[in-house]
Design a protein around this ligand. Structure first.
Ligand code: FMN
Length: 395
């Protein structure tokens, strides 16, 4: 696996070395800026933005419509104040947690994200390897630009398979078989993409995949659509419309539940009533998600809906949150609002773009340092205790 040339050597974050984080120099040339190690996940965004072609940056950064929901996700997390406890005698909290019955280093998984070879030639295998080394699950998208087997072979850690429902149910069954055979540890079905949200940055620019980035797991014969962009039409949206099933029902989810013994997560839940129905079908977890503000622009922030979903189903299924998580403090906020864990989206793409596998590892190590700090400062011995903290909204 090739590493990015952007190597700045061993970077210390807090008291923890984040290893040889391949981040920093190319983006900022040979100026003093170059040697400054990233000290927040936002620093990786700056590096990625300086590195990526504008159209690819817009594809990962953008939301749908006028990006109301994208902005709301961050604003809602910022409004969550967490009441610290004192005199708890905690010196060095643990950060490990159990998700889906399995221990992991952090209450975090890498969110499923399409076409990772857009960001770095090593793509999905690099990000999966970084997640495995950091001790967190990697969720492999149906729209991966690397075959499932190659991704699994690249990591010792758990890989969860994310399913987009395709028009051709035979292909869905085939994908599920391949995910099972390859050794995926869980199945996550995404239910908030009946069509792709209108992501205006991509539509304006006629965003299309370059020839070397393909949907490596989808023998639909429609890949050409994803590669043919014209201003005013997003090629990705055209491809999605051709291959995704638009009108799923609860019966489809029940079919899936019967078909797999793997832990099953449903991603894209916002309404507590839907969370209850999902729990009734027998899923193991729901992911409170608005797709990082990329689907219905006008949906509420996930931090706003999380407490209601936890109140409705938190005693029956695990409840994860994504959309806007950017720091260890945000992970703690989600836990304090009742989540069992979070998915980390764009920050992992920024780190992949900035430094390949070691960049992604550095970002996860930084998140671990931040979470440990947040737990220490709120008097918690571990993530489970953070779920008992009080929150106030409004700062
Ligand atoms: C570039 C990109 C591609 C994505 N591709 C997928 C995907 O293939 N499947 C999926 O379920 N979600 C996908 N998502 C949504 C993420 O899984 C996650 O819900 C979202 O990124 C979380 O928000 P955040 O980026 O603000 O952390 C994608 C998000 C981005 C930014």
């Amino acid at each position: 696996m090739t590493e990015s040339p952007r190597t700045v050597g061993s970077t210390a974050v807090g008291s923890t070395s984040v290893g040889s984080s391949a981040v920093g120099s190319a983006a900022a040339g040979s100026t003093g800026e170059a040697d400054r190690p990233p000290v927040s996940l936002a620093d990786f965004a700056d590096l990625a933005r300086a590195t990526l072609p504008p159209g690819i940056w817009d594809f990962i950064d953008g939301g749908s419509g006028v990006e109301t929901t994208l902005t709301a996700n961050r604003a809602a997390l910022d409004r969550v104040a967490v009441l610290p406890r004192v005199l708890t005698g905690v010196e060095r909290p643990r950060t490990d947690a159990v998700l889906l019955g399995r221990e992991q280093a952090l209450p975090v998984a890498v969110a499923p994200m399409a076409y990772q070879r857009l960001l770095h030639p090593d793509g999905e295998p690099a990000l999966a390897a970084a997640a495995g080394a950091a001790g967190v699950p990697y969720v492999l998208s149906t729209l991966s630009s690397t075959p499932i087997d190659e991704v699994i072979a690249a990591t010792d850690g758990p890989v969860w398979f994310q399913l987009y429902w395709l028009r051709d149910r035979g292909l869905v069954a085939d994908l599920l078989d391949r995910a099972h055979t390859a050794g995926c540890a869980a199945l996550m079905v995404t239910v908030d993409v009946p069509v792709l949200g209108r992501r205006l940055r991509d539509v304006r620019g006629g965003f299309a995949l370059p020839p070397e980035v393909t949907t490596a797991n989808l023998p639909t014969g429609r890949d050409d659509l994803a590669h043919t962009g014209t201003p005013g039409v997003s090629a990705i949206a055209a491809h999605t419309e051709a291959v995704f099933a638009p009108a799923l029902t609860w019966a489809d989810l029940a079919w899936l539940r019967e078909r797999t013994r793997l832990p099953l997560l449903v991603k894209g839940i916002l309404d507590p009533r839907d969370a209850v129905r999902a729990a009734d079908v027998g899923v193991d977890a729901v992911v409170v998600s608005n797709h990082g503000g990329r689907q219905f622009d006008g949906a509420p922030a996930t931090a706003t809906m999380l407490p209601e979903v936890v109140a409705a189903v938190g005693d029956r299924v695990e409840v994860l949150l994504d959309s806007g998580v950017r720091s260890g403090t945000d992970v703690l906020r989600a836990l304090a609002l009742g989540a069992t864990g979070v998915l980390l989206g764009r920050p992992m793409l920024w780190a992949l773009a900035a430094g390949g596998r070691s960049g992604a590892r550095a970002a996860l190590d930084l998140l671990a340092v931040e979470l440990r700090d947040a737990l220490t400062l709120t008097g918690c011995a571990d993530p489970a205790q953070a779920r008992r903290l009080r929150t106030l909204t409004g700062g």
